[in-house]
Design a protein around this ligand. Structure first.
Ligand code: FES
Ligand code: FES
Length: 172
């Protein structure tokens, strides 16, 4: 079957009942989304499927044929993975990660939030990020990083000359 991940079509052969997270890791070597609870509760495996927040650990790969999947590796729009999107740079600048295990999922949820709410209140950020747990307790810094991205703090120096980024920090 064919998956479209980070704007690229790719053929995969999922086993019966295989979950999307396993396919991303084992067949596509996209290991950004993390395995945490494996039960759709912690958000470590969060990706976007057709723009919807999705827990890849409980999503059947077979159900994802023909839809657009976005993982944290696609955030900066850079296949080499060397550039960082504004949201990612905000997380670095605001020290919004300790162990970093939850960070890929946090970034995807932050992207989803800012795509819908370019100027969110703190309450809206808390609500939008409520599906992502952080065992290290970095929530205040995550909120600060999202607020900074919404203010456009990281917009100008985000990408190569000529490219821009929107409020979500997604490069274009
Ligand atoms: S690993 Fe998927 S929600 Fe926890
Ligand atoms: S930074 Fe460690 S779990 Fe969130």
């Amino acid at each position: 079957m064919r998956l479209r991940v980070n704007n690229r079509d790719t053929d995969v052969r999922p086993g019966a009942g295989e979950r999307l997270l396993a396919t991303l890791h084992d067949q596509l070597h996209l290991t950004g989304a993390k395995f945490g609870c494996g039960q759709g509760e912690c958000g470590a495996c969060t990706v976007l499927v057709d723009g919807r927040l999705t827990y890849a650990c409980i999503t059947l790969t077979e159900a994802c044929e023909g839809v657009q999947i976005t993982t944290v590796e696609g955030l900066a729009g850079d296949p080499s993975g060397e550039k960082l999107a504004p949201l990612q740079r905000a997380f670095v600048a605001y020290d919004a990660a300790q162990c970093g295990y939850c960070t890929p999922g946090q970034l995807i949820s932050a992207l989803h939030l800012l795509d819908r709410r370019p100027d969110p209140t703190e309450a809206e950020i808390r609500e939008g990020m409520s599906g992502n747990l952080c065992r290290c307790g970095t929530y205040p810094k995550i909120i600060a990083a999202i607020q900074a991205t919404a203010r456009g703090e990281f917009r100008e120096v985000a990408t190569d000359a000529g490219s821009t980024s929107d409020a979500s920090g997604r490069a274009s």
